[in-house]
Design a protein around this ligand. Structure first.
Ligand SMILES: *[C@@H]1O[C@H](CO)[C@@H](O)[C@H](O)[C@H]1NC(C)=O
Ligand SMILES: *[C@@H]1O[C@H](CO)[C@@H](O)[C@H](O)[C@H]1NC(C)=O
Length: 259
């Protein structure tokens, strides 16, 4: 259903780790959505998305008088991220999407801390599982035990995310050995119903063994949910001696299409 021509700057993946530089994990633009007239409208939309996200962590809004000229926008930060990190992330997202998808009225950009999307058709509430996988190419050492622990953890965090009080976020940790701790997280976009969030999470989690089998880490970047596991901490709050890590060097990206 989405004819997204998906472009991904592999180069940018390698740059995420350079602190404040704010390249996205991935982005996509629909080249069929090129318009000459929409830039100001998109800028106004982006201003609203940025301010709404900073205030409330999530916003879905419509710009324009109606009909063909309307544009639907959604932006949100991951629920565990501080207001400061959220503000930085969503500002970077708004700035970069204009550069990466110039003059296009259908675009998405994924960061680890935030997500932003707009388009001409009303996508609110609809499960969208197009996007990317970012796969850590390193293998786990004991796949049998790891995969069992991974499935248990992801099913647990996946069932937390849809609960209304969770605001689309589920996260948790599990020790896979005396030396290795596994971190798992699911974040649905907050326009989704409980059922729709559960659906997005379940599709993403179901694809982990297929797309990311036996790998040490993986991110699913879908239009409607962000799902990730790693053998290092990547979400808040951090425990003593933990710090957020932005490993990107060993990752490769794979396209994910809507079923
Ligand atoms: C946009 O402008 C280009 C060149 O200025 C033109 O060829 C194209 O037809 C225009 N597209 C639209 C949608 O107006
Ligand atoms: C991981 O395991 C697969 C399958 O056994 C192998 O083909 C691949 O080279 C391994 N990757 C690394 C980075 O060791």
């Amino acid at each position: 259903m989405n004819l997204l021509s998906i472009t991904l700057s592999l180069l940018s993946l390698l740059h995420i780790c350079t602190a404040q530089s704010a390249d996205p994990a991935a982005y996509s633009c629909n080249p069929n959505s090129k318009t000459n007239s929409s830039n100001n409208q998109i800028k106004t939309l982006l201003d609203n998305l940025v301010s709404g996200t900073i205030q409330r962590g999530f916003i879905s809004t419509v710009q324009g008088a109606g009909g063909k000229n309307q544009i639907y926008g959604l932006a949100q930060c991951r629920g565990d991220v501080s207001k400061n990190d959220c503000s930085t992330c969503i500002n970077d997202a708004a700035k970069n999407i204009l550069k990466l998808c110039p003059g296009q009225s259908d675009a998405r950009i994924w960061y680890d801390f935030c997500f932003l999307r707009y388009g001409r058709s009303n996508f609110f509430g609809q499960v969208d599982t197009s996007g990317f996988f970012l796969i850590n190419v390193q293998n786990v050492t004991d796949a049998a035990i790891f995969n069992k622990k991974l499935a248990a953890l992801m099913n647990k965090v996946g069932s937390r995310a849809p609960k209304p009080a969770s605001r689309g976020l589920g996260k948790g940790k599990s020790d896979v050995s005396p030396f290795d701790r596994l971190y798992g997280l699911v974040q649905c976009t907050r326009d989704l119903s409980e059922l729709a969030c559960a659906q997005c999470a379940s599709i993403a989690i179901g694809n982990l063994p297929i797309v990311c089998g036996d790998k040490r880490g993986c991110r699913v970047l879908y239009g409607s949910c962000y799902v990730r596991y790693e053998l290092y901490p990547f979400f808040f709050p951090l425990e003593a001696k933990e710090s957020i890590q932005h490993h990107t060097v060993n990752y490769k990206s794979v396209l994910a299409f809507n079923p």
